[in-house]
Ligand binder design. Sequence first.
Ligand code: COA
Length: 387
Amino acid sequence: MGRRAAIVGAGHTRFGALEAGPRELLRTASELAFASVDRGFDRRAVEEVVLATLGFGGWQIGNVSAVLAEESGLAGTPTIRVENACASGGFALRAAVHAIESGACDLALVAGLEKMTDVASARRRYWLGVSGDTEWERSAGLTFAGVYGLIASRYLADHPGAAEALVAVAVKNHANGARNPNAHFQKIVDAETVRQAPRVADPLGLYDCCPVSDGAAALVVARAEHARRYTDSPVYIDGVGAGSDRLAVQERPELTRFAATRRAADEALRSAHVERAAIDFLEVHDCFTIAELLAIEDLGFAGPGEAVPLTLEGATGPSGRLPVNPDGGLKAKGHPIGATGVSQAYEAFLQLRGAAGPRQVPGAEQAMLHNVGGAGATAAVTILSSG
Ligand code: COA
């Protein structure tokens, strides 16, 4: 098994509608990440600083990575921003892994950030929309919920019983979020509440959608050979993979399969020399409940339509044979765009060290993370292990 790099520290703010502004969120997440490194840590050894953010609302859309360096006490250190819409975090982590593998640096800080709730709703729709196809889909009035609503309609028509699987995804992820003190929503919902909720983009209702959240997360990533200088329990990044697709869903041969995810998963597994059977849990990009079903299938854990019975029989629950989104997922934990992929790695850092408290996946040793940009135009997959 390859050990490409290792996470030796991780920090996370609360996700939700927060008072804190972007600078404070970055400062808090990076200080928590530095403080979590067990020993021998001098932040001046960080050689590369990577920030994932969409720049929601136009907030410092230009040179914002300098703000992360400044707020983490690393002004002077080289810094870059990665923007691949909702997949920015996964791609930022991949960029840091590549920098370490290439020998360009030994230690990197990776952070993800979004401040979304201070933007008025019309502007919010605009800033969510810029990550999709603006020539055809948005000009026809489609929001992201609208695009995923179309995808869900197709999936429901093809796979009888799928409507109840969407309900089950919402109920499960809310229950998982209720065990995560950083989650936007920490409340359990029952199936009838999900079914009766107002429609957002039919067939998707309120509980099928991720919320609009503020938040940040940060990781200290080291050369794998150096990891034990910092901690006795590093979390190794064994494989990374990525892919892309046509931006507009209308240009693709099928609505309900994401080629970018399939390519990213295959590459990550190949580079980690790992079989799917070895994966203990998944963190997938469930921006809408339908996206969790598609992810399970495109990542290769079920064939087309088979995520429905898998979900309905409870296999993806916290004590099922393939737990999915033990932290609540985007659905309940929240989805501050740039922070999401980094937050998934924060969850793996806790789970693979056996430190996830009441939401611990028993015996978790290997995890797969899946982060999607837009409606599948970009995807990053990361495979991690406890070593
Ligand atoms: N799930 C569950 N409850 C939600 C929710 C969600 N996604 N979004 C909002 N709520 C709750 C709020 O907590 C609030 O509850 P309260 O009345 O008990 O306080 C209530 O619903 C109304 O909240 P509000 O913020 O006014 O909702 P809204 O109608 O403005 O927005 C959505 C709801 C679903 C449209 C919005 O969350 C959304 O746009 N989500 C998708 C974001 C997105 O597209 N991200 C990119 C993905 S690719």
